[in-house]
Write a protein that binds this ligand. Structure first.
Ligand code: BES
Ligand code: ZN
Ligand code: ZN
Length: 500
């Protein structure tokens, strides 16, 4: 895909040549100034009258009619040099590659050195470029009879840059791995519930394990019964589909120590159960395995990059259905941890399946736990559709998650858990916990419930109910699944420092 080349000349022939353009009152510089001479100063004119724009993320095109080796020049606006940051650059490249898709490019070259500043180094620019290429050109194929015609895609991207140590090439590969794994997570989330059952998800995980040599364990219903996973089993009780507890282990250290547990909610469809959702609220609930998809996406990146870390991924998977055998409000169930739970709302099923998954992650040696889930509508009320909610019992672990989310451009915001919140989670008169202590502070109630199963192990909870999907096209992808948190989790793992 990428071809790094350090011998740029304006006479080199390409279909499209991409150049970064900072907003500078002093006029055009470098290659752009050289090109301007070939055009007798007309580029300067076009910049002046705004037809070529240096505004952040603006993409402008000119035809060269043989004056340069490239048939078309694309200028990507980067704003003022001092203001450029990694995220803006990634989004600017996203815009560019969206254009590439509509214009059906197959070959192009990028002058990477024109996209760097004091704050954005060459390797960062390379990562931003390849990640954006993968993400912005993503499309969910869908199931239309006519969708099989292959789309023209960029097959060859020349990246002009000095790359003495091969670092640019490596950064391009890393960014591409991040982008592609995000797309894998998106496809899982976009796939409807009838075509992605718990068994299908387990098959997917097994294939991933084979490809990257992870250890895989898929627990069947009988084994769950033996282990006493009463919470996951209760949610599955109304389903015709068998549940799966999916475990993937990646060992990047000599010893199985400092193990990071990634626990992802894998509800393949959430009807709400007997606490049934409304006819409007139920549509889109195929995305209730967004947490599982994020974990699988992160594992794909981990498989590609092989960091020196230990990771256990645990995904509890089932759908949440209604039938004569389904669990009901008022039922009391016993989780694997031994904690009993009064079910007040069968639609608060995510915290139930996560409860057993958290315990099982600890059983596999997890010393740190991060759970990711489309858990509550409450997070949308609290934080809107662009920010994922977070909770924690450990400042130091949270700091590391925050740092990773910042770098991935996937914002999170932390809400508190106070003693009085825990009192509400523990307020059942007949069981240890109740799964729905009322609408106030929904997101906190959901997450705090899950935190009860960390039992003191450092833990961060990420509620992605508002961010796992989007109704709108954006710079880095189309409407639909976002693949949110796959990259954050992978970065967390890659950079992880054990907590003393
Ligand atoms: N899967 C839903 C949460 C959800 C809502 C995800 C909107 C994506 C978009 C979850 O299982 C749920 O139904 N949560 C309830 C909890 C309540 C019944 C305690 C909620 O948030 O309304
Ligand atoms: Zn639910
Ligand atoms: Zn749910």
């Amino acid at each position: 895909m990428f071809n790094v080349n350090n011998e740029f000349k304006l006479t080199n022939s390409h279909d499209c040549l991409v150049i970064g353009l900072f907003n500078k009152p002093s006029g055009l510089e470098g290659v752009t100034a050289e090109a301007d001479q070939l055009f007798d100063g007309q580029l300067t004119e076009l910049v002046k009258n705004g037809e070529i724009s240096a505004k952040k993320k603006a993409v402008s095109k000119i035809h060269t009619f043989g004056k340069t080796g490239a048939k078309k020049l694309y200028f990507v606006g980067l704003g003022h040099e001092k203001e450029l940051d990694f995220e803006t650059l990634r989004e600017a490249f996203g815009r560019l590659f969206k254009t590439s898709k509509t214009e059906k490019w197959t070959e192009a070259a990028v002058l990477l050195d024109t996209f760097t500043s004091d704050a954005v180094e060459l390797n960062d620019a390379a990562h931003a470029l390849s990640e954006a290429l993968a993400m912005a050109t993503y499309e969910f194929e869908g199931y239309k009879q006519k969708s099989n015609e292959p789309e023209k895609r960029i097959e060859n991207l020349t990246v002009y840059s000095v790359d003495e140590e091969g670092e640019v090439e490596a950064a391009l590969e890393v960014g591409y791995a991040f982008g592609k794994a995000t797309n894998s997570a998106r496809t899982l989330v976009n796939t409807p519930g009838n075509l992605l059952t718990a068994s299908d998800m387990a098959e997917y995980a097994k294939k991933l394990a084979e490809k990257y040599e992870f250890e895989a364990e898929i627990l069947e219903k009988e084994e769950m019964e033996k282990l006493g996973m009463g919470a996951l089993l209760a949610v599955n009780q109304g389903s015709a589909e068998p549940p799966k507890m999916i475990v993937l282990k990646y060992q990047g250290k000599e010893e199985w120590t400092d193990v990071i547990g990634l626990v992802g909610k894998g509800i393949t469809f959430d009807t709400g159960g007997y606490s049934i959702k409304t006819k409007a609220g139920i549509v889109g609930m195929k995305s209730d395995m967004g947490g599982a998809a994020a974990v699988l996406g992160a594992m794909e990146i981990i498989g590609e990059l092989k960091p020196e870390q230990n990771v256990v991924a645990v995904i509890p998977s089932t759908d949440n259905m209604i039938s004569g055998t389904a669990f009901k409000p008022d039922d009391v169930i016993t989780s694997m941890s031994g904690k009993t739970i009064e079910v007040l709302n069968t639609d608060a099923e995510g915290r139930l399946v996560l409860a057993d998954a958290m315990t099982y992650a600890k059983h596999h040696g997890a010393n740190y736990l991060v759970d990711i889930a489309t858990l509550t509508g409450g997070v949308i009320t609290a934080l809107g559709l662009h920010t994922s909610g977070a909770l924690t019992n450990n400042e130091a672990l949270f700091e590391q998650v925050l740092e990773a989310s910042y770098e991935a451009g996937e914002p999170i915001w932390r809400l508190p858990i106070f003693e009085r919140d825990l009192e509400r989670v523990r307020s059942s008169k007949i069981a240890d916990l109740n799964n729905s202590p009322g609408a106030e502070g929904h997101m906190i109630m959901g997450g705090a419930f899950v935190g009860e199963f960390a039992e003191g192990t450092p833990w961060v909870h990420l509620d992605i109910a508002g961010t796992a999907t989007t109704g709108k096209d954006h710079d880095l992808g189309p409407a639909g699944a976002t693949g949110v948190m796959a990259r954050t989790l992978a970065l967390l793992v890659e950079r992880f420092e054990p907590i003393k």
